[in-house]
Design a protein around this ligand. Structure first.
Ligand SMILES: [Fe+2]
Length: 325
């Protein structure tokens, strides 16, 4: 924590409360703790101020006219730009239903009136710590993603490949009714699946001709290297199996683990299908791009050979033919 405080000596706490009296009381408690305080007296001005002031934490009253605390909390947690700001809701003592609703709309913690300075300070401190850690992790993920994109940039034929994979794989996953958590992981994997190629020498990675057996052996290491690079980030936990297994095949002849059938994670099976389709429909040094229809036929043929999940392939063919993707 000492280190955190060194990084951010003047964390900004915003109080949102329509009662000037309570807002002022809170300010008097919080300011001596060393935080900068901003006050908004209603939900609407809070939204405006949050955009300008970018507070590190929000203390939120529930009962307010127009936009109440619940609605404000829900909006902030649903917005990519503000979702990481911790929100402490101010509830009446023993009002359980307020707490339940607060949890539902994403509140991070609760305090009750009359305020206990020590408890309030401890809660603010611990939520700020979590916020800074989350921000650091997001930054780390951004670094890894830009590394992955730098791999793509090495190969002019791969331009836009990751972006298209993200659109295809998340669209197909939605069509298949896959839970949101996995769709999110697929979007990340679309960017990150080949990050392990960073550990493969350019002489192999960019070789124009076919690879020798030994070179293949090295190339086949990239899913394992990729998993190792992303492993320290907890936010990528659901993405890791896709990175590791994106070159497995349904019939067990893939790598690195030779997994078979449904042992290959469904997310990896989805990524494979869209990856092959994208590779077939873009120009390569050794051939020009296929038409979508020809690519779908090839994909179906390969699924028939036992390479890809047949059901997923069939669904993908339907979605593409219907023009839904
Ligand atoms: Fe790969």
């Amino acid at each position: 924590m000492a280190q955190m405080e060194e990084i951010k000596p003047n964390a900004k706490v915003m109080i949102v409360d329509d009662s000037r009296l309570s807002a002022d009381l809170l300010r008097q408690i919080i300011q001596p703790m060393g935080y900068t305080v901003a006050i908004a007296y209603d939900g609407q001005s809070a939204l405006r101020m949050i955009e300008q002031e970018k507070p590190d934490l929000i203390l939120l009253d529930i009962m307010m006219p127009h936009i109440d605390g619940f609605e404000l909390c829900e909006r902030l947690k649903g917005d990519e730009r503000t979702r990481l700001i911790p929100i402490i809701m101010i509830t009446a003592l023993s009002d359980l239903s307020d707490k339940v609703k607060g949890i539902e709309v994403g509140a991070d913690d609760f305090v009750t009136k009359p305020f206990n300075d020590t408890i309030l300070f401890a809660r603010i401190k611990s939520l700020l710590k979590t916020k800074y850690l989350n921000e650091e992790l997001e930054n780390a993920e951004m670094v890894i993603t830009s590394l992955a994109l730098s791999i793509e940039a090495k190969d002019p034929y791969a331009e836009g490949h990751c972006e298209r994979l993200s659109v295809y794989s998340s669209g197909l996953a939605k069509h298949l009714g896959i839970p949101d958590e996995f769709i999110k992981a697929l979007k990340r994997a679309a960017m990150l699946h080949d990050i392990g190629k960073i550990g493969i020498p350019d002489s192999i990675l960019l070789k124009p001709g076919p690879l020798s057996a030994e070179e293949w052996q090295i190339m086949r290491m990239h899913p394992i290297i990729g998993e190792r690079i992303c492993k320290p980030l907890h936010s990528l936990a659901v993405t890791l199996p896709i990175i590791r297994h994106h070159h497995e095949k349904w019939n067990g002849t893939g790598y690195p683990d030779g997994l078979q059938g449904e042992a290959v994670p469904i997310t990896a099976r989805i990524l494979q299908v869209v990856d092959v389709f994208d590779a077939l429909t873009t120009n390569r040094p050794y051939r020009t791009a296929m038409s979508k229809e020809d690519a779908l036929k090839t994909l179906t043929l390969e699924a028939g050979k036992g390479w890809w999940d047949r059901e997923i392939t069939e669904e993908f063919v339907k979605v593409i033919r219907a023009g839904k993707l």
